[in-house]
Write a new protein. Structure first.
Length: 123
C-alpha cells in the first residue's frame, strides 16, 4: 500500500527506460529487476488499514479489499519489470491477471499498449 509521499512505481519504470535510452543498460536492468523483486517480495503481504495514519490517502478511508489491491499493485510492478527485461509472455500473463480483476487499471492498459507498440516495431 502506498502513502502520499511514496515514490510511484512508474518513476522507477520510466527511470529504467531513460537509463536504457542513455546506453546505461546495466543500471536500467537493475531498475527493472527492482520492480520484479519488490512485487514478488510483497505479493502475499497481509494488508491492514491504519486508521490513525495521517498520510493515509482519502480514497483509503473507504474500506476496500486491501489484499486484492496489494496483489494487483504487485502484479502490475512485476509485469512492468518483466516487460522491460524482454520476458513478454510473463508480462502478458501478469497484465491479464490485473485487467481481469480491474478492467480499467490505467497502468496495466498503458503497459499493454506499450507491448503492442514493441511488437509492431519489432523491438
Amino acid at each position: 500500500m502506498r502513502y502520499y509521499n511514496d515514490q510511484p512505481s512508474d518513476f522507477i519504470f520510466y527511470q529504467g527506460l531513460t537509463l536504457r535510452m542513455l546506453g546505461r543498460e546495466d543500471a536500467a536492468k537493475r531498475a527493472f529487476h527492482k520492480l520484479v523483486s519488490y512485487g514478488e517480495k510483497h505479493l502475499f503481504d497481509a494488508v491492514a488499514y491504519d486508521f490513525f495514519a495521517v498520510s493515509l490517502p482519502e480514497i483509503e478511508v473507504y474500506e476496500q479489499d486491501g489484499g486484492l489491491r496489494n496483489r494487483q499493485y504487485c502484479n502490475y510492478l512485476r509485469a512492468l519489470g518483466h516487460l522491460c527485461l524482454g520476458q513478454e509472455q510473463t508480462a502478458g500473463e501478469l497484465l491479464a491477471q490485473v485487467t481481469q480483476k480491474e478492467a480499467g487499471h490505467q497502468g496495466a492498459l498503458e503497459a499493454e499498449h506499450l507491448r503492442g507498440l514493441r511488437a509492431a516495431l519489432g523491438l
